[in-house]
Write a protein that binds this ligand. Sequence first.
Ligand SMILES: O=C(O)C1=C[C@@H](OP(=O)(O)O)[C@@H](O)[C@H](O)C1
Ligand SMILES: C=C(OP(=O)(O)O)C(=O)O
Length: 441
Amino acid sequence: MTSTAPRPLALSAAGPLRGTVRVPGDKSISHRALMFAGLAVGESRITGLLEGEDVLATAAAMRAMGAQVERGEDGVWRVHGVGVGGLLQPRTALDMGNSGTSTRLLMGLIASHPITVTFTGDASLSSRPMGRVIDPLTEMGAEFTASPGGRLPLTMRGICPAVPIAYRLPVASAQVKSAVLLAGLNTPGITRVIEPVPTRDHSERMLRGFGAELTVEETAEGRVISITGEAELTPQQIEVPGDPSSAAFWIVAASIVPGSELTIANVGLNPTRAGLVQVLRMMGADITEAQPRIVGGEPVADLIVRHAPLSGIEVPPELAPSMIDEYPILFVAAALAQGRTVARGAEELRVKESDRIAVMAAALEAAGAHVEEVADGLIIDGSGGDPLPGGGTIASRLDHRIAMSMSVAGLACSRPLTIDDVSPVATSYPNFYETLDAVRR
Ligand SMILES: O=C(O)C1=C[C@@H](OP(=O)(O)O)[C@@H](O)[C@H](O)C1
Ligand SMILES: C=C(OP(=O)(O)O)C(=O)O
C-alpha cells in the first residue's frame, strides 16, 4: 500500500452546488467482482470498477494468489481466474491497507484452500476485530494465529476439504456473512448462514450471477442463505453501478447548502443499501429518482437532489444495516436540521475504520454543533439550517468517511473548518475533491 503524508485541508462555506456528478463504482461490488472473477475459469471483464486503494488491495491479493488481474487502457479490468479451489500460496504477506472488506472476505476464501496466508494492514485496520470471522472459519477447520484481541497482523492456515457449517450471525455484518459463504464455495456439501437482520446482499446476487448454486429463504429466524460447495464459477461481464455510499455525500451536500441542485448519475439503490435516502426523505429532503434501471444485477437510478429544509427525526434503528456507512454524513445532515435527531442502534459504528460515534461527536463539536454521544449513536440538536460556527480542526483518524463527511459540513460553516488529513479519501473516492471543486463553481 502507498503511504501518503497527511494532507490537511480547510473547507469553507459554499454558494449553491450545481451540476451533474458521476460517483465512482460501488466499493462492495468492486471487491466481490474481483474475487469471484478471480475464482472463475476464463476471462471476466469488469467495467466501472472503483479504482480506490481498498479495491486495489483486493486486486493485488488476488494476483498474489495466482489470478491474472489487469486494467486495460480502455479502463476495462480483465481477470483470468484460477478456479474454485485453485488459489495459490502467496509468496509474501498480503497488505490489506485500510480495507476491512478485503481482509474479511479473503479470509473466507482462503479458509477452504490448503494455503497459509499472513494479513497485515494500516493502524486503523490493525485495530479492528477479526474474531467475528475467525470464529466461524475455525468451526470450518481453518487455523489462526492472530494478534491480541483477534486483530491483524494474523496468519491463517486454510484446509481442504473444510467442514460445512450452519452459522447464525451474532452481528449484522455482510462481511461475516460473505466470509462464511465464500469459504463454503470450496467446501463439500451445503454451507448455511442465518441472518436475523438483512445486510447488503451483493455476494448473494453476484455469486448466483457467476453460476453458484445459492438459495435464500425467508424464515421465522431470519434469512437463511445456503450455498452448495465445490462450485464452478463461469466468467462474467460485470458493470459496477455507482456507489450509494459515495453518492451520500452529494445528497446531503445539496440538501444542506441553500440554492443547490445536483444530479447524481447511476446510483446503486439496492434496498439493502438505500436506508439513507429513506431517512433523509423522512427529514424532508427533496430527492427525485429518474430512469430506474438494472445495472450489473442491481437496481440503479439517477438522483436529482434540491436544497430543502430538514427536520430532526428518530432514525428507525432497524434501518441501521442498510445505511451503516452513511451515519457520519447523516450526522452532518442532522446538525443542520431543525430540532433533535436521535440516531441509535448503530453500535457497529464503533468498530469501523475509526470509532465513528466518538470521532463524529468530537468533529461536530469542533465545528460548533450540539451533540450528545450515547453508547449506540448520537443525539444531535440541529441548527435549523443556520451555518455552524466552524473554525475548528477535525481529526479524520485514518477514516475516509469522516474526512468526506466533515468536508461537507465545512460547506455549511461560517468560518473555515480544517481537516487534519484528507488523504484517506483515496481508499474509496480518489477524486472526491475534484468533484467538489467542479460543483461549487
Ligand atoms: O460487505 C461489505 O462490502 C461491507 C459491509 C459493511 O461492513 P460490516 O459487514 O462489518 O457491517 C460495511 O460497513 C463495509 O463498508 C462494506
Ligand atoms: C467500513 C468501511 O469499509 P471496510 O470495512 O471495507 O474497511 C467503509 O467503507 O465505510
